[in-house]
Design a protein around this ligand. Structure first.
Ligand code: URA
Length: 201
């Protein structure tokens, strides 16, 4: 791993920027490939992730890995997987605005260090926070936007797919797979239908 990314991880693991530090078992930084062209960004660690110190290792993570594999992407080789915030909010509640603000510099630095071409953002909270826009995820998903020189594909969170497991066309799971297929095509050099202004998609 590059020294600057190692420095980032070491500092992140010591973080005391908000009260989540008091109750966490682990700071959950990342898994996957540190030089991946694709970064997958979820919301926040849950109980499994807090216990193991790795993102997306519970039921949502297993579903995410399965979907990545279904489009031919390897979770360890082809993606760097992380979250908007690095510590578990108690009871898996939504991160507070103060927690999001305190943690944001870590994500910004993580994106700079890994330098992915493509961000695949999972769920409404991560999308709204990263893109700073309030358009519902159901309208944002499926369309490419450009953010700070990177391609962004927002989609549903895997936990939403667990609650809506139907694979029928038009259902969340099928839409998620369509979004991930676009990501796979983009990694192969084909990005279609890029929205020109990410602030007003
Ligand atoms: N949900 C997330 O958003 N991230 C995780 O790491 C696990 C579940």
């Amino acid at each position: 791993m590059r020294v600057s990314l190692e420095d980032f991880e070491e500092s992140c693991l010591q973080c005391q920027r908000c009260d989540l530090a008091k109750e966490r078992q682990h700071v959950v930084v990342s898994r996957g490939h540190p030089s991946a062209r694709l970064m997958v960004i979820g919301e926040a660690p849950g109980a499994d992730e807090d216990a193991r110190g790795r993102p997306f290792v519970g039921r949502s993570g297993r579903l995410l890995d399965e979907c990545l594999a279904d489009v031919g992407l390897d979770q360890e080789e082809d993606a760097y997987i992380c979250n908007l915030i690095k510590c578990r909010p108690p009871g898996n509640r939504r991160p507070s605005p103060a927690e999001l603000k305190a943690c944001r510099p870590w994500l910004d630095r993580q994106i700079r260090e890994v330098n992915p071409e493509i961000l695949f953002i999972l769920g409404a909270t991560a999308t709204a926070t990263l893109l700073e826009c309030r358009t519902p995820i159901s309208r944002l998903r499926g369309a490419w936007t450009e953010w700070n020189g990177r391609y962004v594909m927002p989609s549903f969170h895997p936990s939403y797919l667990l609650r809506n497991p139907s694979r029928e066309p038009g259902k969340p799971r099928a839409l998620f797979m369509a979004d991930l297929t676009s990501v796979k095509h983009a990694l192969n050099g084909v990005v279609s239908g890029l929205a020109s202004d990410s602030s007003d998609p």
